[in-house]
Design a protein around this ligand. Structure first.
Ligand code: SF4
Length: 356
């Protein structure tokens, strides 16, 4: 394993044959505000509203790894939380197998929460510190009625085997584990309810490079063995390139480009994607630095009211970019970019490609 370049050893499973999406975001928007302070109320000033997501659309297909990349504050985690119904959308909708989450009756909603599982960046905060691993897994199996009581022990052992942990961990509590072990436990708990999608939100960001590779390899293996779809949210392009079938790039709450992983990394189109790919050292032959230089920019609150969200940093900006926001425009089948540098008339072969 090259420590400076955490390439997964496990091969990425073949891209799945195109099927109907299982999870979709359709023009999803999310805004965050805060209550006005006394001073603001006295002055009749409205506190700023932050646009975390602006009409983002995407579709996850069975068995694929769909990665969402972008800088901190680009809206990736907010999107993950909308996809898993941890946040309600302010606009648009999320569909699970064609059904609007907001319209689902409680029983169907429970099924959704079982089938779409999220694993977080900080598993220590997501796991109950007072419960042993055994108690956590047992509770998940019982609440969702996954197996008869006399099979729970065998089921827990099988789950630990899947995530490559010994059964001796069953009697231990979260604070007794390393970061990598905690992520494996979080995965075991997610797998215990037999999901079809795992939304992995920056699951390796806080880990050592060598442990990152182990966790990414585990995700790939689990996907291969169980046919899971994985939504992989990350800012490390070195990992994303090697595990993804498709990639979406976000900037300040907006989806600016998407496409097949290899095409996007070898020929990035949007100026922001070019900046991201160009600044990831191990994607560039000849780079020797151990850490990617992440291009920095403003915060989500600085989002311009009109025009392209990237125009303040764009080397190719032109007058039109300040006046008109570029919508996503299809480039070829499975590829689209939101930039005025590209014609907004669709190529016939890509006419349906406005949603990743
Ligand atoms: Fe740059 Fe204009 Fe394209 Fe935005 S629309 S990325 S400012 S060229």
């Amino acid at each position: 394993m090259n420590v400076a370049s955490p390439m997964p050893a496990a091969p990425v499973p073949d891209a799945p044959i195109l099927e109907a999406p299982i999870l979709e975001a359709q023009r999803v928007s999310k805004r965050f505000g805060r209550a006005a302070s006394l001073l603001e109320r006295a002055r009749r000033v409205h506190p700023p509203v932050i646009c975390a997501l602006d009409e983002v659309s995407l579709a996850i297909r069975p068995g694929e790894t769909f990665s969402i990349v972008g800088e901190s504050g680009s809206g990736k985690s907010t999107l993950a939380r909308c996809l898993t119904a941890l946040h309600a959308c302010d606009g648009g909708r999320v569909l699970y197998r064609g059904r609007d989450l907001a319209q689902m009756p409680p029983a169907e909603r429970r099924r959704f929460h079982r089938r779409v599982q999220m694993v977080f960046q900080n598993p220590l905060a997501a796991l109950n510190p007072r419960m042993t691993v055994s108690e956590m897994l047992r509770e998940a199996l019982r609440v969702h009625d996954i197996c008869p009581a006399d099979q729970v022990q065998a089921q827990m052992r099988a789950l630990l085997e899947r995530v490559r942990l010994p059964v001796s961990v069953l009697d231990r509590r979260p604070h007794q584990f390393s970061g990598g072990q905690l992520q494996r436990i979080a995965m075991a708990r997610a797998l215990s309810v037999r999901p079809e999608i795992i939304v992995a939100d920056e699951v390796v960001s806080a880990l050592d490079v060598s442990v990152q590779a182990q966790i990414v390899n585990l995700l790939i293996t689990l996907q291969d063995e169980l046919g899971l779809a994985i939504v992989f949210i990350a800012h490390d392009l070195r990992l994303v390139r090697h595990i993804s079938h498709r990639v979406a790039v976000m900037y300040r709450g907006t989806l600016v480009e998407f496409g097949d992983s290899e095409a996007l990394f070898t020929q990035p189109l949007h100026p922001y994607t070019r900046l991201l790919v160009g600044s990831a050292p191990t994607l560039q032959p000849g780079h020797v630095h151990a850490h990617a230089h992440t291009p920095t920019g403003g915060t989500i609150a600085e989002v311009a009211a009109t025009g392209c969200v990237f125009r303040a940093r764009c080397p190719d900006a032109m007058p039109r970019c300040a006046a008109e926001a570029p919508g996503l425009r299809p480039i070829e089948a499975g590829r689209a970019v939101a930039c005025h540098l590209f014609p907004d008339t669709a190529h016939p072969a890509a006419a349906d490609t406005v949603t990743p």
